[in-house]
Design a protein around this ligand. Structure first.
Ligand code: MRU
Length: 381
């Protein structure tokens, strides 16, 4: 079965996303026709995953600019039109740096094209083509990261006396084709191991409270027919005590200059337990996720989702009726009228660099020097 997709485009301006709030029980494509619709889809998690939200922002920007470009007469008209749009898109979610990296990259193109004395039409064309590049380049870099990381892991296991095959890898959240433009980051590494005959099983946490693991990673692994085991978030320690797990592989929303990494809530727990059990902990993310302007994890902005979201579970009514899939349902877990002030709901946590064994980007694998607790990422960015 072909891999799932988060965004599909037709021609220059038709964009559709799969509504990830309804997966895995209902596949509904939503048209994104305006910047506000793109912003809303990102903010409300209809599309999520750091690279995918940057792709949607870039594609929606390109489609919008294609529609209005003939009305923009001068380079300054283009600047006045696009600057607030880029600023608005940037505010949709705060932690994933890819969104900011995409809007900054488009601003840099705007500045360079204006400085080069280009016409309004040429500037718009440059911006539209750069926006498409942001989406297009994601797939190939994911495949590079997966190969770098997968081969590195197999070698490390062999150096430690293992066979380098039947590797069992735990992941957190969803980092596959639904979170990117295809193949995925950490889930890409797992897919690569499977395709090259080196995977034992993929293990994944449910990833409460949004359940990206049990709703989305489960669906991706099932679609790709990759042998897998789901665990509740609370079972990571037990898994490490009772099963032979060769690595933890996770994605990232932002990596600070020293290697501290923000990723889905629960990643830090898995990293602490991996260190305790001497299991390699691998972060797989594109170079655009590294934010050299932030010295360490304390400077990474952490998104707190609305408290109510932590009280709800999304799914389908069970058991399903005889005539098909169960009706979509959002169910409340908590007592009615529980004070929302009593709910803690950070969407991400920061794993300190000293707990990370390797950071894999499309350029290769970075590891910490012997005795160092931080990374020198200058070689990979
Ligand atoms: O809140 P989400 O679902 O957008 O969080 C996603 C993650 O934390 C992913 O691990 C990260 O974006 C990397 S996706 C390739």
């Amino acid at each position: 079965m072909p891999a799932l997709t988060s965004i599909r485009t037709t021609g220059d301006s038709k964009i559709e996303i799969v509504n990830q709030l309804l997966l895995p029980h209902t596949t509904e494509f939503l048209e994104i026709n305006t910047i506000d619709e793109a912003h809303d889809a990102i903010k409300t998690m209809k599309i999520r995953g750091a690279p995918a939200i940057a792709s949607l922002a870039a594609l929606a920007f390109a489609a919008d600019l294609s529609r209005v470009s003939t009305t923009l007469a001068s380079p300054e008209d283009v600047r006045s039109y696009v600057t607030p749009i880029l600023a608005h898109l940037y505010t949709a979610r705060p932690t994933a740096v890819n969104l900011g990296a995409a809007t900054r990259r488009l601003t840099a193109i705007l500045d360079a094209s204006i400085a080069a004395g280009k016409s309004a039409k040429e500037i718009c064309n440059d911006l539209i083509s750069e926006a498409h590049k942001i989406n297009d380049e994601d797939l190939s870099r994911n495949k590079s990261m997966a190969k770098w990381g997968g081969d590195w892991l197999a070698d490390v296991v062999k150096q430690n006396g293992g066979s380098g095959i039947e590797l069992n890898v735990l992941t957190v959240c969803n980092t596959g084709s639904l979170a990117t433009s295809g193949y995925g980051t950490a889930l890409g590494l797992i897919t690569y191991l499977h395709e090259t005959g080196k995977l034992g099983k993929a293990y994944y946490t449910q990833t409460a409270p949004y359940h990206q693991g049990s709703r989305l990673t489960a669906l991706e692994l099932q679609t790709l027919q990759i042998p897998s085991v789901m665990i509740c978030d609370t079972m990571v320690g037990s898994l490490f005590q009772h099963h032979n797990i060769h690595a933890v592989a996770v994605g990232a929303d932002r990596i600070a200059k020293n290697g501290d990494t923000a990723n889905k809530i629960g990643t830090y727990n898995a990293a602490v337990l991996a260190a305790r059990h001497k299991i390699p902990f691998i972060v797989v993310a594109p170079i655009s996720t590294v934010d050299l302007s932030i010295a360490d994890g304390s400077g990474i902005p952490i998104e707190h989702r609305p408290p109510l979201e932590a009280c709800l579970v999304r799914g389908a009514v069970y058991p399903p009726p005889a005539d098909g899939a169960g009706k979509q349902a959002v169910v409340m877990l908590t007592p009615p009228n529980l004070s929302l002030e009593g709910i803690y709901n950070p969407s991400f946590d920061v794993t300190p660099a000293e707990l990370i064994t390797a950071i894999v980007t499309e350029k290769g694998v970075a590891t910490r020097r012997e005795g160092e607790t931080v990374f020198d990422l200058s070689g990979v960015v």
